[in-house]
Design a protein around this ligand. Structure first.
Ligand SMILES: O=C(CO)[C@H](O)[C@H](O)COP(=O)(O)O
Length: 297
């Protein structure tokens, strides 16, 4: 207890343990992310302060990035997820923090959500956190979808698919009344291609990958590279049994035209360009701040 003026203040410490296998995160040195008064828990004799700590090693950029992802994810969940909703759950590393927060709130608030996954990973996350797994077959209309992104530009155009789940992610986003992006601040760019140098992911039918590669190179320049697996010989195979080409481009692009050109090539199943889909993007920084950018439309 700490005395402030005549009031007694309970410090409610809410350690947010970063669950990573990286050795640095296991050192668990807390870094204060934010500290705010919670007036909803105010009683006649006490005022609760909520302090968020992030377990980090000093100077470790990876941990700072994880802290940014976490604050963005928690804020997006708290602002947009409500009782009884059908919720689309994205894929990647940032969405892990969002599902953790949904699970945490579900325990306290009995949210009664139906969660629709965008990948095998999302399916497991939903089940691991005791949430109800649904499908588009039984819930074709989604209230809110939350997902990460590889880069977000000024128009809220996105590159997605760094984790190879772009096709189901796009379907889920397209079925959602509102689609929100969560990311650390590195993903916030004016122009796509500024920080994300791995290109635009394109899901292709395996039998067509060579002609698609050649056609995209002829039509758009740049280079469409077959994504190779890292712990298996051969290419990455998506949850849908397809391959991924990463179209590495140079300079600013007319993204709606690029999207049309790629989609028109037979054998292309989906692109990782998400244009005019996101309602807002939440970008978190290690100090606990979150920048929210909304769609201009
Ligand atoms: O599109 C995705 C997977 O297909 C991810 O959402 C995107 O790659 C961002 O991932 P992370 O949250 O790990 O940065």
């Amino acid at each position: 207890m700490v005395a402030v003026g005549l009031k007694k203040v309970n410090i409610l410490l809410r350690p947010l343990l970063f669950l990573s296998k990286s050795p640095s995160s296991l050192q668990r040195r807390p870094l204060l992310l934010s500290c705010k008064a919670d007036f909803s828990k105010r009683t006649s004799s006490s005022l609760f302060l909520q302090c968020q700590f992030f377990c980090s090693s000093p100077g470790n950029m990876a941990d700072a990035t994880e802290a940014g992802k976490m604050v963005a994810a928690r804020r997006a969940v708290d602002e947009n997820i409500k009782k009884g909703q059908v919720v689309g759950i994205g894929s990647g590393s940032t969405i892990i923090f969002a599902v953790e927060r949904i699970g945490e709130r579900n325990k306290k608030e009995a949210l009664n959500l139906t969660c629709i996954p965008t990948s095998f990973q999302a399916r497991q996350l939903i089940q691991d956190h005791g949430l109800t797994l649904g499908s588009l077959e039984t819930s074709p209309e989604i209230d809110v979808a939350i997902d990460g992104a590889d880069e977000v530009d000024d128009n809220l155009y996105l590159i997605k698919g760094g984790g190879g789940c772009l096709m189901q992610e796009k379907i889920i986003a397209s079925c959602a009344k509102s689609f929100f992006i969560i990311a650390d601040t590195r993903k916030n760019s004016k122009v796509l291609g500024t920080s994300w140098k791995k290109g635009v992911p394109i899901e292709v039918l395996p039998m067509a990958y060579r002609p698609v590669q050649l056609k995209i190179n002829q039509l758009l320049g740049g280079k469409a590279e077959l994504r190779m697996a890292s712990r298996k010989a051969g290419p990455v195979v998506t949850d849908n049994g397809n391959f991924i080409l990463d179209w590495v481009f140079d300079g600013a692009q007319d993204w709606p035209a690029v999207e049309r050109t790629i989609r028109d090539v037979p054998g292309v199943v989906e692109t990782g360009l998400f244009l005019n889909m996101a309602a807002a993007a939440y970008f978190g920084t290690a100090d606990g701040n979150v920048l929210v950018r909304t769609s201009k439309q």
